[in-house]
Design a protein around this ligand. Structure first.
Ligand SMILES: Nc1nc2c(c(=O)[nH]1)N[C@H]1C(S)=C(S)[C@@H](COP(=O)(O)O)O[C@H]1N2
Ligand SMILES: [Mo]
Length: 354
């Protein structure tokens, strides 16, 4: 089969490889898109090692050869996703249609993504989240969408899977703690959901809330934070095509530790914006106060755009540790998505609006 350089498929500097899946009929439209998000660790907390096997130390990876629109792997991933969509059963094996992101960085393993997590509702021990959250009940589930909208609506889990075309998006995830991963998410653009509820013209921000259930989420019994976890985006950030609601990863529906059954993914921002296990989405006219802003306003801003030039008050953000690699790599402005998103902040100081 013909290999096509990604640069020949799309004009963007960052090409996105996107696979679309028609959940209703299983028809496959292979578009050219994708790009990755994700990930994490506390480079600055020595002694914390990611779970999972180490990948061989970063061998230079060739520029990605893009997956043309008609490869077998696209069909395979479509089948896998269709099965997950119709039955909510995960496919036996984690599956992704590509091996690397658009920069050529290899995907992190399924094991790494599901065993090294931040989910403070369960525990602050990254390697303990998977165990502690194992029995978290995520079905039935519904997401209430309201506030300044013309068509407020509550979506069932089933509707979230069937009303929206599920896509694979490979994104880098960069935690504010200076670790990162490359993750093949499943999900759909947040804009698709927002269009269904029809935001009013005075809506300026989107506010997201995680489930509050201290009996299941024992971390919510701690007074250190104001629960439930809240995050927010400006409406134009929320409508940007890179912003997705994610229902799974590696072709499988989410496990509790990754924010089952549905979580936000905004690849150009620090990972804490990617709020997990969402139950409420509200369109509002004032900037939401996130859990992190409430806890430490000098350390965590509303925008939280990945920015190597603005240090966290307690550590540098100029470099990061990719989980599974030895050594460190430079952090890219907007986590490598500047060409697509920098314009959203034209005329704003990225230092005062951190
Ligand atoms: N509700 C909730 N969402 C959350 C968090 C959390 O503690 N609670 N942690 C955030 C942080 S700091 C990061 S880095 C990412 C980690 O996502 P992952 O565990 O799926 O890699 O989730 C974010 N979403
Ligand atoms: Mo994070």
């Amino acid at each position: 089969m013909t290999k096509i350089r990604s640069s020949e498929i799309t004009p963007e500097h960052i090409y996105i490889s996107r696979r679309k899946f028609m959940t209703g009929v299983g028809a496959l439209t292979a578009g050219a898109i994708i790009s990755g998000c994700s990930s994490s660790d506390t480079a600055d907390a020595p002694g914390i090692a990611p779970a999972g096997e180490k990948k061989a130390a970063a061998t230079p990876t060739p520029r990605p050869t893009a997956t043309a629109a008609t490869t077998t792997s696209a069909e395979t991933v479509a089948e896998v996703v269709e099965e997950a969509t119709h039955t909510y059963n995960e496919p036996a094996e984690p599956f992704a249609s590509v091996e690397a992101d658009e920069l050529g960085d290899p995907l992190n393993s399924y094991h790494e993504m599901t065993n090294y997590n931040n989910f403070y509702e369960f525990t602050t021990d990254k390697e303990g989240v998977a165990r502690v959250s194992k029995d978290f009940q995520t079905d039935p589930w519904s997401v209430e969408v309201g506030g300044l909208v013309n068509n407020p609506r509550t979506f069932s889990l089933d509707e979230l899977w069937t009303l929206f075309e599920q896509e694979e998006r490979v994104y880098r995830l960069r935690c504010v703690e200076a670790w990162s991963m490359v993750i093949p998410w499943l999900g759909f653009p947040l804009s698709a959901l927002l269009k269904k509820v029809d935001p009013m013209s005075n809506a300026k921000f989107v506010r997201f809330e995680t489930l509050y259930d201290p009996e299941q989420m024992l971390g919510q019994n701690s007074d250190w934070y104001e629960w439930p976890y809240v995050e927010g985006l400006r409406l134009d950030e929320a409508m940007h095509d890179l912003t997705i609601l994610s229902t799974g990863l590696y072709g499988k529906r989410h496990l509790p530790q990754n924010g089952a059954p549905i979580r936000l993914v905004v690849p150009w921002k620090y990972g804490f914006k990617c709020i997990k296990s969402i139950v409420r989405i509200e369109l509002v006219d004032t900037m939401p106060i996130s859990l992190w802003i409430a806890a430490a306003p000098r350390e965590y801003g509303f925008y939280a755009n990945v920015n190597p030039d603005v240090p966290h008050p307690r550590w540098s953000q100029s470099n990061e540790r990719r989980i599974g690699e030895w050594g460190r790599r430079s952090t890219l402005p907007f986590n490598g998505y500047a060409d697509q998103v920098a314009h959203l902040y034209d005329g704003m100081s990225l230092t005062t609006n951190f």
